[in-house]
Design a protein around this ligand. Structure first.
Ligand SMILES: [Zn+2]
Length: 207
């Protein structure tokens, strides 16, 4: 049983995110980013950039390649598009994540549901980056689908409702200065969030 940052650290940032909304913030090397599902069965989409080199960012595809696995676990590092480790997973209550599919975007809802004004992770992330004052490029395929319960079955990607409960969290150690952004996924038309998106928290701890 690993120690919990709540018992040993100092909370320096705490932001509550309603579905479809996001927060971007700077994280110093050595601080711990904590993603919390406040109400349960909720997925967040997470992106990160090197603060000193925004052209280098967390890459789910490179992370899968470097780890030689589809789902990272406690102790694993998360890699950039230049295969630099940017974060390390210190603790994870959930253990299921998707690094294959992009975050939901306006086209996901217009193409698949004929809905043309549905909120999306991509729009939420973009709004948060805009509010942060960044003009760094955002690509939906660079989002890590935190806590998403996707399974590969006979070559198909099947989404199941996440089984994890309220208060589940994951702790990520920043290995370099980063800008990170988290959105609470507003997908209410698939099992992704068990058809009922709910709030998440983005916290930063000094340990
Ligand atoms: Zn989404």
């Amino acid at each position: 049983m690993s120690e919990r940052i709540e018992d040993t650290g100092t909370l320096v940032e705490d932001h509550r995110l309603t579905p479809g909304t996001a927060k971007a913030l700077r994280v110093a090397a050595g601080h711990v980013v904590q993603i919390v599902d406040l109400e349960g069965q909720q997925v967040g989409d997470f992106i990160a950039y090197r603060a000193d080199a925004p052209g280098e960012y967390l890459s789910p595809a490179h992370t899968c390649s470097c780890l030689v696995k589809l789902v990272p676990a406690v102790g694993d590092e998360l890699f950039s598009n230049h295969r630099t480790p940017l974060m390390r997973i210190l603790r994870d209550d959930v253990g299921s994540h998707d690094l294959v599919v992009p975050c939901c975007d306006p086209e996901r809802y217009s193409r698949d549901y004929d809905l043309h004004d549905h909120p999306s992770c991509l729009a939420g992330l973009q709004a948060a980056l805009d509010a942060f004052g960044s003009d760094w490029p955002l690509h939906g395929e660079l989002a890590w689908n935190v806590f998403m319960n996707n399974h590969l079955e006979d070559g198909r990607i099947v989404t199941y409702a996440p089984p994890h409960g309220a208060g589940s969290s994951i702790d990520l150690l920043a290995l370099t200065d980063l800008v990170v952004c988290l959105v609470a996924c507003p997908q209410d038309l698939s099992p992704c969030n068990n058809f009922a998106p709910s709030d998440m928290a983005l916290r930063v701890w000094d340990r």
